[in-house]
Design a protein around this ligand. Structure first.
Ligand SMILES: Nc1ncnc2c1ncn2[C@@H]1O[C@H](COP(=O)(O)OP(=O)(O)O)[C@@H](O)[C@H]1O
Ligand SMILES: [Mg+2]
Length: 232
C-alpha cells in the first residue's frame, strides 16, 4: 500500500515537473514571437496578435506560479493588513475598476505579505471580471480570527458548484471566464491554508458572490531557513 502511494506520488511529481518545464520553455519562442509581431507595421492584425501573445504569456505565468509554490520561500512578517488591502484596491481603481475598501484604518497581523496580497488579488480579479462594483472589507469574525471579504454584484456561483470552483484547472463557465486557467481560487486557497486559515464562497445580497478569506491574527508560520551568506 505504502509502495503504491509512493509510486503515485512519484508519477505526480514527474507530471508536475514536466508541466513546469513545458510552461517555462514556451516562454522563449513566445518572446521571439512578440518581438517579431511588434515589427509588423501598424494595424488591427498587429494588435490582435500582441493581445493573443499577452494572453498566452499570462497563462504560462499563472501555471508556473502555481507549480512553483513560492509561498514557502517568503519570510513571515508583521503586516499592516489595512494598508495592504487599500493598496490592492487602489491598483484596481487606477485601471478603471470600482473597487472600494471598507474596514479599519489599522490592523496588524502575522503573515507572508506577498502571498496574502496575491490571494486577495486573485479574488478581486475574479470579482471585477464577473461584476462591476466590488467591495473589499476587513473584519474581526471571532476571537483572534479576521476575515477579508470580497463582494461583487455579478452572477455569483450556484451553491452546488462552489466547491468545484476552488479546484485547480476548473473553470465553471467557458463563455464567462475567458483568459484564465482556472487556477486563481485554488492558489488563493493554498495560501490561506498555509496561514492556518481558509476560503469560503457565499452568495452576496442582493446579488453576486462574496468570497471570505479568513486567517488567525497570529498564525504560527515557520520561518524560511536562512541562506548561508557567501564567503568571498
Ligand atoms: N466573482 C465571481 N463571480 C462569478 N463566478 C466566479 C467568480 N469568481 C470565480 N468564478 C468562477 O469560478 C471559476 C474559477 O475561478 P478561478 O480559479 O479564479 O479561475 P479563472 O478565473 O482562471 O477562470 C471561474 O472560471 C468562474 O467561472
Ligand atoms: Mg481567476
Amino acid at each position: 500500500m505504502n509502495e503504491m502511494q509512493a509510486r503515485i506520488r512519484a508519477l505526480l511529481d514527474d507530471r508536475t515537473r514536466m508541466l513546469a518545464a513545458i510552461s517555462h520553455d514556451l516562454r522563449t519562442p513566445l518572446t521571439r514571437l512578440r518581438l517579431r509581431s511588434e515589427r509588423i507595421g501598424q494595424g488591427d492584425m498587429r494588435s490582435a496578435m500582441l493581445r493573443d501573445i499577452d494572453q498566452v504569456s499570462r497563462m504560462l505565468d499563472e501555471t508556473l506560479d502555481y507549480l512553483r509554490d513560492d509561498t514557502k520561500a517568503e519570510q513571515p512578517a508583521r503586516i499592516e493588513l489595512s494598508s495592504l488591502l487599500e493598496t490592492i484596491c487602489c491598483d484596481f481603481a487606477d485601471v478603471g475598476h470600482a473597487v472600494t475598501y471598507r474596514g479599519p484604518q489599522r490592523l496588524v497581523c502575522e503573515g507572508r505579505p506577498r502571498a496574502l496580497s496575491r490571494a486577495v488579488t486573485n479574488v478581486v480579479e475574479n470579482a471585477v471580471k464577473h461584476g462591476s462594483e466590488v467591495i473589499v472589507s476587513l473584519d474581526s469574525i471571532a476571537d483572534g480570527i479576521i476575515a477579508i471579504e470580497v463582494a461583487d454584484d455579478g452572477p455569483g456561483i450556484p451553491q452546488a458548484l462552489q466547491a468545484r470552483a476552488l479546484e485547480p484547472f476548473v473553470k465553471l463557465d467557458q463563455a464567462r471566464s475567458a483568459g484564465g486557467f482556472g487556477l486563481g481560487l485554488s492558489i488563493a486557497q493554498e495560501i490561506m491554508k498555509k496561514h492556518d486559515g481558509g476560503i469560503a464562497l457565499m452568495p452576496n445580497t442582493p446579488r453576486g458572490l462574496r468570497v471570505r478569506l479568513s486567517l488567525p491574527l497570529r498564525a504560527a508560520l515557520p520561518a524560511v531557513a536562512a541562506i548561508p551568506a557567501k564567503v568571498a
